[in-house]
Design a protein around this ligand. Structure first.
Ligand code: NDP
Length: 290
């Protein structure tokens, strides 16, 4: 099967590599050098022009937001063949996805939203969790293709449901990172060693992915790698906040989380890693993690 893969960023680059082992993969990236490198390293075909992506049976997008996805749809729409499956692995906006799906449907193109979780390491090791929205038959087609990229593939509901649950789970993670950072900071100010504070947290009821995996390397070992842009995390939480508004849900914690992350993004800038919000927690207390 021929697949066009659009967006070779931190996540897309390794995902396209896994797909190339099972399929003929054409890659396109805004910065063409990355696509040329991918072709050289993994035997994919570098599409010099986006239009070369139109006639594959499956098109996969892995872009920052639904806005960039829609721009690509706009450029390819007239050339798409009926029966094509468009899989959007971007952490997108479910409301936008539903409109995108309608536009594609008018050309006979099926749409599945299939955002992922598991970070860059999960993309590298093909252990991602992939949550999908769409018609059952389309999702089955998408599963067949994406199974080489992930370990857990779940059909969540109709179009947009994958994108909805993705931003909601990322919001849970964001709130957890923030509150865990606050409590560990209080422990530190009280004179408790960070190693001990984390050990107790992880042996007790405050345990989470944040305390077990995300925060120790930063707060205890002082390593702050860029693995997921705060810019993207903030975008996810803002979409979650819009969904809550749309559903007339009463969500003060969600709203607070959204404001905290937007403030952190304004302070740290678009190139910061998402866990660097812990630095803002420290700064708010005239403190640091050193
Ligand atoms: P990156 O910033 O690493 O890559 C973004 C990709 O989109 C690049 O290929 C970039 O091209 C391309 N791009 C950006 N703007 C445009 C544009 N206007 N037109 C065309 N292409 C464009 O992002 P990630 O791979 O980290 O994230 C991709 C998606 O996956 C996001 O929605 C993110 O929220 C989600 N995600 C990320 C995770 C992570 O840990 N990184 C984990 C789970 C989900 P170029 O090379 O030219 O810049």
């Amino acid at each position: 099967m021929r697949i066009s893969f659009i967006g070779l960023g931190a996540m897309g680059y390794p995902m396209a590599r896994h797909l190339s082992k099972a399929h003929e993969v054409v890659v396109w990236n805004r910065t063409a050098e990355k696509a040329a490198r991918h072709a050289q390293e993994h035997g994919t075909r570098h599409a010099l022009h986006l239009s070369e992506c139109a006639d594959a049976g499956t098109i996969i997008t892995m872009l920052p937001t639904s806005k960039e996805v829609d721009e690509i749809v706009d450029q390819l729409l007239q050339d798409l063949k009926p029966g094509t499956l468009w899989i959007d692995a971007t952490s997108g906006d479910p409301n936008v996805s539903r409109e995108t799906a309608k536009r594609l449907e008018a050309r006979g193109v099926r749409f599945v939203d299939a955002p992922v979780t598991g970070a860059v390491v999960g993309a590298e090791n093909a252990t991602l969790t992939i949550m999908m929205g769409g018609d059952a038959a389309d999702v089955e087609r998408a599963k067949e293709i994406l199974q080489v990229c992930g370990k857990t593939l779940i059909h969540v509901g109709p179009t947009g449901a994958g994108h909805a649950i993705k931003v909601l789970t990322n919001t849970i993670m964001g709130a957890t990172v923030w509150i865990t950072s606050e409590c560990l900071l209080v422990a530190k100010r009280f004179g408790i060693d960070m190693k001990t504070a984390l050990e107790v947290t992880n042996a007790g009821s405050g345990r989470s992915n944040a305390s077990e995996n995300l925060l120790p390397m930063r707060l205890r070992d002082h390593q702050w790698p860029l693995v997921f842009k705060l810019l993207h995390h903030d975008k996810d939480i803002r979409i979650a906040s819009q969904l809550a508004h749309q559903q007339h849900a009463s969500t003060p914690m969600l709203a607070l989380t959204q404001h905290l992350f937007s403030a952190a993004l304004n302070e740290l800038g678009p190139d910061a890693d998402y866990i660097e919000v812990a630095k803002i927690v420290a700064k708010m207390n005239n403190s640091s993690w050193e």
